[in-house]
Design a protein around this ligand. Structure first.
Ligand code: GLY
Ligand code: MN
Ligand code: MN
Length: 443
């Protein structure tokens, strides 16, 4: 399975260290283990920043970067090897593995961190770390600083600035490398297969979770450990609940089903939504709404290119959807005026997309100095317009009520436009109906 190569982690650390002030130190903790209930743990998922810089998959670890330190700039504190614990809970890299397999210049036991870290901070004026993210870690860092302060009369300089790491690190994460794009393309392909599989399995009488099971099967089969977020399988009016999670309702003939699901590969997300008829044929109202959302989705791609701004694609979808709702008689008035007073919002209440990467809603500023950000090659985002007609919307004819459609793709900005990573799932009415008709013939 495709993964981020080790040398990429070294390049990332070097890029971050090049942006750090001289005489500084960066400290990042691994994600903590989370209990689910009693002594059962949630499946472990590394912290994205920690993973980005280390690829080190274990909890109870702290990554330290000290640019310019002669004895080594990259230090990893991690768990000790422990045959008894490893027998029960799985393998550990230990300090030798951290150096040998994970590129650390030096590695120490996590149990020794309180003893060793203050000395690494000595004479470092600035400490970069994610203040306020983990309470116990904040306290630990302050404890180390106080230990250094206690030595100032011996001529040691204590750190005097505590600075967030995000403004240095997150711009790096925002622009994806070729290696990252290879992983994200693969994640998108696995997710695309999962969506096709769910479409092929769909029929009235099944429950939403039957389609979720098809997704999970395809994700695991593709090597994903987990979905990138909780899968949404929303039939009928459930599609009008944006983050619907129950996934336990019956699939009824004549309804649409909206699936928003994507797998995670090597800590990179994919995020796809498709909406299709439970039984394979759109009604005329469903088709009208679907084709309008599709038109908005396709229009958005034309506004994603270097030099375009983050909001251009969103504004394009707002225009297409507002004009289309007027044509269908769901809104009345003049398009510019309707846009001006946000008359589309009862139908289209979310934005057209978000950054995508290690986090499904990835890091990176959407505005720079108060202005929507200009797009650059390597930036990845979703394109996900939708129309949701509330079941109790009495402003529209009953035949429209309860229809919810979203179509979501993942794209990367290229030198001249954008590349769609999720093109392997059918999207036009004709393609979806043909795929689903094919299943029925083979059923
Ligand atoms: N699945 C979450 C989102 O589309 O933003
Ligand atoms: Mn999304
Ligand atoms: Mn989504």
């Amino acid at each position: 399975m495709i993964r981020i190569p080790q040398d990429e982690y070294a390049r990332r650390r070097a890029a971050l260290m090049a942006r750090m002030e001289p005489g500084s130190i960066a400290i990042l903790p691994a994600a903590p283990l989370q209990l689910r209930n009693s002594d059962v743990e949630h499946t472990y998922r590394q912290d994205s920043d920690f993973q980005y810089l280390s690829g080190f998959p274990e909890p109870e670890a702290v990554l330290v970067l000290i640019p310019g330190r002669d004895e080594g700039q990259y230090i990893l504190f991690c768990r000790d090897r422990d045959p008894e614990r490893e027998l029960w809970d799985g393998r550990r890299a230990g300090q030798d593995g951290a150096v040998r397999d994970h590129g650390a210049d030096d590695a120490f036991s996590i149990r020794a961190i309180d003893e060793l870290l203050p000395s690494l901070m000595e004479s470092r004026r600035r400490v970069y770390y994610a203040v306020g993210q983990q309470d116990s870690f904040d306290q630990q860092v302050m404890g180390w600083v106080n230990r250094v302060r206690a030595k100032v009369r011996q001529g040691v300089t204590a750190p005097s600035e505590f600075v967030a790491l995000a403004p240095l690190l997150h711009p790096l994460r925002l622009r994806k490398s070729e290696a990252e794009l290879a992983v994200m393309r693969y994640a998108a392909q696995v997710s695309a297969r999962a969506h096709v599989r769910a479409m092929q399995a769909s029929r009235a009488g099944l429950y939403e979770y039957h389609l979720e099971a098809e997704l999970d099967y395809a994700f695991r089969k593709g090597g994903a450990r987990l979905p990138a977020y909780g899968s949404i399988v929303a039939a009928g009016r459930n599609a009008c609940i944006l983050h619907y999670r129950e996934n336990d309702a019956l699939l009824n003939d004549g309804d649409l089903v909206l699936i928003d699901a994507g797998c995670e590969i090597d800590c990179y997300a994919s995020d796809i939504t498709r909406t299709f008829p439970v039984s394979g044929r759109f009604t005329s109202e469903q088709k009208a709404i679907y084709e309008l959302v599709l038109k908005a989705n396709l229009e958005a791609f034309r506004h994603i290119a270097p030099g375009k701004r983050w909001n251009d694609a969103h504004e394009a979808t707002v225009r297409v959807i507002t004009a289309g709702l007027v044509e269908l008689g769901l809104l009345q008035g003049e398009v510019d005026a309707l846009i001006e007073r946000e008359a589309y919002k009862p139908f289209y209440m979310h934005r057209a997309g978000h950054w995508l990467g290690m986090d499904v809603h990835d890091v990176g500023d959407y505005k720079v100095n108060g202005v929507w950000r200009e797009l650059e090659p390597g930036m990845c985002m979703t394109v996900e317009p939708g129309i949701y007609i509330a079941p109790d919307n009495e402003q529209v004819e009953p035949r429209w009520r309860g229809i919810g459609v979203r179509i979501e793709d993942d794209v990367v900005v290229t030198a001249s436009g954008c590349e769609i990573l999720t093109g392997d799932v059918p999207k036009s009415v004709a393609e979806i109906e043909a795929l689903m008709a094919g299943n029925r013939e083979h059923a």
